[in-house]
Write a protein that binds this ligand. Structure first.
Ligand code: SAM
Length: 281
């Protein structure tokens, strides 16, 4: 386990993932009944952008660092919860902090909602525990996220979201993602799943989506964002599979994806894709 998210916090991939996560959490808050957010690959919770790791790569300058200027009014309206959660985490932990998924999730939990953060790296899990095990709404588990996912669904609340955000250190992890999603949806067909993938070789993503389309009997979205032309040797894009998306998410994505593609493009190339697949809702 060599991957350390501190080097990548706040980069273009975090922006897409965290914006979509906050949109899903906002929609979950639309009903009074409690929900659960399960984060299978949680990381440290939050990161200091002035820290050594973030400073060494400077990746956040091409991500969160490009969001200072406002977008159009309708895109900004969709970013309000994301920007608000970042501000709330900064008020709590410091002005140079960028939240990871656990810190973001925590900002959306109401009394009765639950956040479960799973992390396998022993040191990260220890830090995460120190940060989140005091809050009765959040729980940290030092476990393998894939195994834990299977054991934790369906949750008692029967409403909620699972974020799957693996490091993709091993070859074939994208196929593992598809298999895990199919298995999870069989166990908990009505949960919302948000699963992140890197885009280097687009054909690999196309194949995964085709597999999911064949196997899933639930509605799903493929949300891709490229910040440079696809290149099998470089991380020039990323995407999310959202299974059982909130019904307005596709319309929202068609507003924020073009705005992000334009703003986060590395040179002159920015592209996006929002494709619905799987079964009808
Ligand atoms: N979700 C986080 C966020 O958005 O802030 C970032 C997570 S980072 C991309 C992936 C994390 O997964 C790393 O912290 C890594 O230590 C952890 N990890 C790697 N393999 C794991 C596994 N099998 N189970 C759980 N966590 C794992």
């Amino acid at each position: 386990m060599n991957y350390r998210h501190a080097f990548h916090a706040g980069n273009f991939a975090d922006v897409l993932k965290h914006l979509v996560l906050t949109r899903v959490l906002v929609h979950l808050q639309g009903k009074a009944t409690a929900f659960r957010a399960i984060d299978t690959h949680a990381g440290l919770g939050f990161y200091d952008l002035t820290g050594d790791e973030a400073g060494r790569t400077g990746e956040w300058f091409e991500g969160w660092g490009r969001l200072d200027e406002p977008f159009t009014e309708e895109v900004e309206a969709l970013l309000v919860p994301y920007r608000g959660a970042v501000a709330a985490v900064r008020a709590r932990h410091g002005a140079t902090i960028y939240p990871g998924s656990p810190a973001l999730i925590r900002e959306f939990l109401r009394p009765g909602d639950q956040g479960v953060f799973v992390e396998l790296h022993p040191l990260d899990a220890e830090i995460l525990r120190g940060r989140y095990n005091q809050d009765s709404r959040t729980k940290v588990l030092h476990l393998d996220g894939w195994t834990a996912l299977n054991a934790m669904i369906p949750p008692p609340e029967r409403r909620g979201v699972v974020l799957i955000d693996p490091p993709y250190e091993e070859l074939g992890e994208i196929d593992r993602l598809a298999a895990a999603l199919v298995k999870a949806v069989t166990k908990w067909p009505t949960g919302t799943y948000v699963a992140w993938y890197p885009i280097k070789d687009v054909a690999l993503v196309d194949r995964m989506v085709a597999d999911l389309h064949r196997e899933l009997d639930r509605p799903a979205l493929r949300l891709d964002l490229m910040v440079s032309e696809p290149d099998p040797t470089r991380l020039n894009g990323n995407g999310l599979i959202v299974i059982n998306p909130p019904w307005r998410l596709a319309d929202e994505a068609n507003l924020f994806l073009p705005a992000l593609a334009e703003r986060l493009a590395r040179r002159d190339y920015g592209a996006f894709r929002c494709v619905a697949f799987g079964a009808e809702a």
